[in-house]
Design a protein around this ligand. Structure first.
Ligand SMILES: NC(=O)c1ccc[n+]([C@@H]2O[C@H](COP(=O)([O-])OP(=O)(O)OC[C@H]3O[C@@H](n4cnc5c(N)ncnc54)[C@H](OP(=O)(O)O)[C@@H]3O)[C@@H](O)[C@H]2O)c1
Length: 262
């Protein structure tokens, strides 16, 4: 029998991260029946219902999900101000709001909600879809220890859920939230190349997975410096492009970080 370890749940915004969470919950056997999801786009909601027929949808009405015990705010930062105004009188005083967005601090969310201060912030990570996310979390000061434990227990099904300092969440948004998008295209290209060289898909994926596990440990855990680690291999087929990639990371991520913190 699937269990639901938290009360009634709502999602405001029915996009990618909502799908990721619903799939992650379902994969671990949690009951998602009746979970309320709103979105401005009925087509987005229909796509969710096709995947999860047991949810309840609220096209163009965020007050349905907002009246639940645990309310996920699954919106991009620019959409948040209007939605806070829309839901602030609908949130039950005993509910807990979990914002999945960067930029909006607990203080700003609370102000937008007229002082409501039972707030959690989390920066999710897409591998939560297979319960392997790395999802840093912050609780507002007034939540009781038991409530924090219950939320953590619930969200832990999506992967690691470390408690971090709020000021660091935007750094996590760019490292872990967006992180898969830096590596997935490179791994996809290597997977294609491996197969063009005659390896099977299985052989390619196994080789890349194991190579990456060992490479991460060598870089982060062996105690060797970066230069020493790089010097373990004499050939560097992509060496001339390396500075371009490093510059791209520095420029793009610093620009985005400035915007998230601005
Ligand atoms: N996806 C990830 O892996 C990931 C990782 C880290 C953090 N996050 C955070 O999660 C939040 C949501 O991201 P996402 O990936 O789910 O984005 P998304 O796929 O674009 O979904 C956002 C959804 O919210 C809807 N929306 C916009 N305004 C709304 C309103 N007033 N009322 C109800 N729904 C509204 C959007 O509809 P329209 O498209 O019609 O505007 C869209 O369907 C963001 O803050 C993002 O930074 C996501």
């Amino acid at each position: 029998m699937p269990k639901r370890s938290f009360g009634f749940i709502g999602f405001i915004g029915g996009g990618r991260i909502t799908r990721i969470f619903l799939q992650g919950f379902k994969r671990k056997g949690l009951d998602i029946t009746g979970i309320a999801v709103s979105d401005g786009d009925p087509k987005i909601l229909q796509k969710l219902v096709d995947l999860f027929p047991e949810i309840r949808t609220f096209p163009n009405d965020n007050t349905g999900p907002a009246s639940r015990d645990l309310v996920f705010l699954a919106l991009h930062p620019p959409a948040i101000a209007d939605v806070l105004r829309e839901i602030k009188d609908k949130l039950p005083p005993t509910s807990i709001l979990v914002s999945l967005a960067p930029k909006w601090t607990i203080e700003a969310l609370s102000k937008g909600l007229g002082g409501f201060n039972r707030i959690v912030r989390m920066i999710p990570n897409a591998p939560s879809i297979i319960n392997k996310g790395y999802n840093p979390i912050v609780f507002s000061g007034n939540l009781a220890k038991k409530e924090k434990e219950a939320i953590k227990e619930y969200l832990d099904v999506l992967g690691d859920c470390p408690e971090v300092e709020e000021a660091k969440l935007e750094a996590y948004a760019l490292l872990t939230g967006a992180g898969p998008t830096y590596f997935w295209p490179q791994l996809d290209e290597l997977r294609n190349i491996g197969q063009s060289f005659g390896l099977t898909a299985r052989e390619t994926e196994k080789a890349l997975s194991n190579m990456l596990k060992g490479s991460l440990k060598t870089l982060f855990k062996s105690g060797s410096s970066y230069d020493d680690v790089m010097n373990l291999i004499p050939m560097k087929p992509l060496g001339e492009g390396e500075e371009t990639v490093r510059r791209l990371y520095r420029e793009k991520l610093q620009e985005l970080y400035g915007k998230l913190k601005g």
